[in-house]
Design a protein around this ligand. Structure first.
Ligand code: E4P
Length: 222
């Protein structure tokens, strides 16, 4: 399963890259705003900086909602770097735009997916990725992971090549469940990915190893 990081924060992206676990980045307008990035030139520049760090897939979301504007904006985003994946919302105009980009060889990530039907339509239009939002479904007492499972089953049934990108991942168990189900990609904040590293037996085991080593060193010195 590919690990994407869901952020526009350059320090977090660098840290994940240095850990050697980073397969890509997803952003959205809220994450860009959180970093104080606004204005077309600044946004474009920021995406370029992210691409230069990652050297792999970077989802950049359009803020247009009308087909013609999505096309113009998406083409500009795609020109920033070969690794840009144009992120398009699941709307009728969005689906049409996905079809257009797929015919032009520009990769897309269909975002804000909350049902298997939406995922199927996006895939038929030629989306490279579909992003079911796990955490936001859980927030409204609906099992988000069940949706990921449903989409993986459907895509497997028909050999659909669109990758299932589990998004809105909120805790380490979401990541494990995505891997069990067979999601192609999961995207999460770095803080959530780092939670996977910890286990109390690792901490106590390491403390004991170091204490024993220290004891042995002192004995030699005496
Ligand atoms: C997906 O690409 C989105 O950027 C993201 O995963 C949304 O997550 P949230 O529900 O935690 O905002």
């Amino acid at each position: 399963m590919k690990f994407f990081i869901d952020t526009a924060n350059l320090d977090d992206i660098r840290e994940a890259q240095e850990m050697g676990i980073l397969d890509g980045v997803t952003t959205n307008p809220s994450l860009m705003a959180k970093e104080g990035i606004s204005g077309k030139d600044r946004v474009m520049q920021h995406y370029k900086q992210i691409c230069d760090i990652v050297g792999n897939d970077v989802s950049a979301e359009v803020i247009s909602v009308k087909y013609d504007e999505m096309i113009r904006e998406g083409e500009e985003l795609a020109e920033i770097d070969d690794n840009i994946v144009v992120k398009i919302p699941m709307t009728a105009d969005g689906v049409k735009a996905i079809k257009y980009f797929s015919e032009k060889g520009i990769r897309t990530n269909c975002t804000l997916i909350f049902s298997a039907g939406q995922a199927l339509v996006a895939a038929k239009a030629g989306a490279s990725f579909v992003s079911p939002f796990v955490g936001r479904l859980d927030d409204i007492s609906t099992d988000g992971m069940e949706l990921v499972e449903q989409i993986v089953t459907i895509f497997t049934n028909y050999g659909i090549e669109t990758e299932v990108l589990a998004a809105s991942v909120r805790h380490p168990m979401h990541i494990i469940q995505c891997a069990e189900i067979g999601a192609d990609v999961m995207t999460a904040p770095l803080s959530v990915i780092k939670m996977l590293l910890h286990h109390p037996l690792t901490d106590s085991g390491l403390a004991k190893f170091l204490a024993d080593h220290e004891k042995a060193s002192l004995a030699v010195k005496k």
